[in-house]
Design a protein around this ligand. Structure first.
Ligand code: UGA
Length: 437
């Protein structure tokens, strides 16, 4: 098998396919990434992945290359795992990397009967267009669309034990049977399989992410209402979540969603719907996006009011930089967006994150960086928790008091026990809960 693209998705997929017993070569144009993976280093933070990478490198089943010639004719199955970033012009998906990798395969030559499997998140219609190109160049090669639903921080588990497998295939082809063979162990373990057409497979992926984003923005809109009504959004979320039709997962209010997927996917989905003449159908996603971005602004306002109306010249200790815990990914991170806005307002902001500081430092030069919680909060007029790492949840509020200049806590993720922090002498602030709750 070849895995084309070795970012979060591709590196994890390559390692997991080798773990399932296949001989796998991971391909990437980024020679530095290939060099690091080849010596057993994962170039990003992902729990459990490095151990499995080393194990499978040692077994000889897994290797990496920057030469397309090493994989094009060699592999029976090619997984496309390259990124589809946001196009700055209209928010649509930039397919440059997908096109480049397919062109490279076609130009170098595919093995007879090769199966190309798309896993990248793409606008609907992409698979049909790629299939036509592949068939024109290699008539007996086939394309399938098999979207990936892994979450950063749980990537290995989500890849080896996914909630479902979706196979978008052409009727009458061999792709379904071949994909069933590829995923035989996962299917035997009880994972449901949906076999469908290309367009549906492409849409399942973006629809799932749109639904998740909507769920988060729904509860953050409720937090806005709770703020004006004097109600408590955590109790509200718990109460509606007991209804099994609603469910309690992905109802965590706070500063909203970020990362390399949900924000860009809802924008690309709207751009594609507009191209298809169905802009109205996804107009609500513009609201989902707006509520999400508003949560960041509300956290800035909350911090300002917690400090008496201005942050100018005040010292802030920010705990968290990654877009979520157990990740060093800072793409569209609400935490860094808020920290940078506060710095732009004149605050002296010092950020600590267990994993993401090396990524944040060059991108956000207006912020200071610390190598521990203690260093970040020493002398701070207020402390903000903006990514809910376990390390922050376990902080002892009484112990922290001796380092800070002001016992003011802004909990952007509802990560802390408000009553405990208040009892220790802190003023505790969060979005969507009464000031004294
Ligand atoms: C997301 C989806 O959950 C995956 O299923 C999907 O495969 C992936 O995008 C992708 O398209 O590749 P991921 O971006 O890793 O995964 O992160 P999530 O766990 O979904 O979190 C996204 C953001 O939502 C984070 O910033 C998180 O803090 C926020 N969030 C999540 C909330 O604010 N509240 C919640 O209740 C849950």
């Amino acid at each position: 098998m070849a895995v084309l693209g070795t970012g979060y998705l591709g590196a994890t997929h390559a390692v997991c396919m080798a773990e399932l017993g296949f001989t796998v070569i991971g391909y990437d144009v980024d020679t530095a990434k290939v060099a690091r993976l080849s010596v057993g280093e994962v170039p990003f933070f992902e729990p459990g992945l490095e151990e499995l990478l080393r194990k499978n490198l040692e077994s000889g089943r897994l290797s990496f290359t920057a030469e397309i010639g090493d994989v094009a004719t060699w592999a029976d199955v090619h997984f496309i795992c390259v990124g589809t970033p946001q196009r700055p012009s209209d928010g649509g998906a930039d397919l440059t990397y997908v096109d480049a990798v397919v062109d490279a395969l076609i130009d170098t030559g595919l093995a007879p009967g090769a199966l190309v499997v798309g896993k990248s998140t793409v606008p609907t219609g992409t698979a049909a267009a790629l299939a036509a190109r592949i068939h024109a160049a290699a008539p007996d090669a086939e394309l399938a669309w098999n979207p990936e639903f892994l979450r950063e921080g749980f990537a290995v588990n989500d890849t080896l034990r996914p909630d479902r497998l979706v196979f978008g295939v052409m009727p009458d082809g061999a792709a379904e049977a071949r994909l069933r063979a590829v995923y035989a162990q996962t299917i035997e373990a009880g994972t449901p399989v949906v076999v469908t057409d290309y367009a549906t497979a492409e849409l399942v992926k973006v629809a799932a992410n749109a639904f998740l984003a909507t769920k988060i923005s729904f509860i953050n809109a409720m937090a806005e209402i709770c703020d004006v009504a004097g109600a408590d959004v955590l109790e509200l979320a718990t109460s509606i979540g007991y209804d099994a039709r609603i469910g309690s997962r992905f109802l965590r209010p706070g500063i909203g969603f970020g990362g390399g997927c949900l924000p860009k996917d809802i924008r690309a989905f709207q751009a594609r719907a507009t191209e298809l003449g169905a802009a109205d159908s996804l107009a609500f996603l513009a609201e989902v996006d707006a509520v999400n971005l508003r949560a960041r602004g509300r956290a800035v306002t909350l911090t300002r009011s917690a400090l008496g109306g201005t942050v100018d010249g005040r010292r802030l200790g920010v705990l968290g930089a990654a877009f979520k815990p157990n990740s060093d990914d800072i793409r569209d991170s609400p935490a860094l967006d808020i920290a940078a806005a506060l710095a732009a307002d004149g605050a002296l902001v010092t950020v600590y994150d267990p994993a993401a500081v090396p990524n944040a430092r060059p991108r956000y030069p207006s912020l200071n960086y610390a190598s521990s919680v203690r260093e970040a909060v020493t002398g701070a007029d207020a402390v903000l928790v903006l990514t809910e790492w376990g390390e922050f949840r376990e902080l002892d509020p009484a112990a922290l008091l001796s380092y800070v200049a002001g016992a003011v806590m802004v909990d952007g993720r509802h990560a802390l026990d408000a009553a405990r922090w208040r009892a220790a002498g802190w003023t505790y602030h969060s979005l969507g809960r009464p000031a004294a709750a």
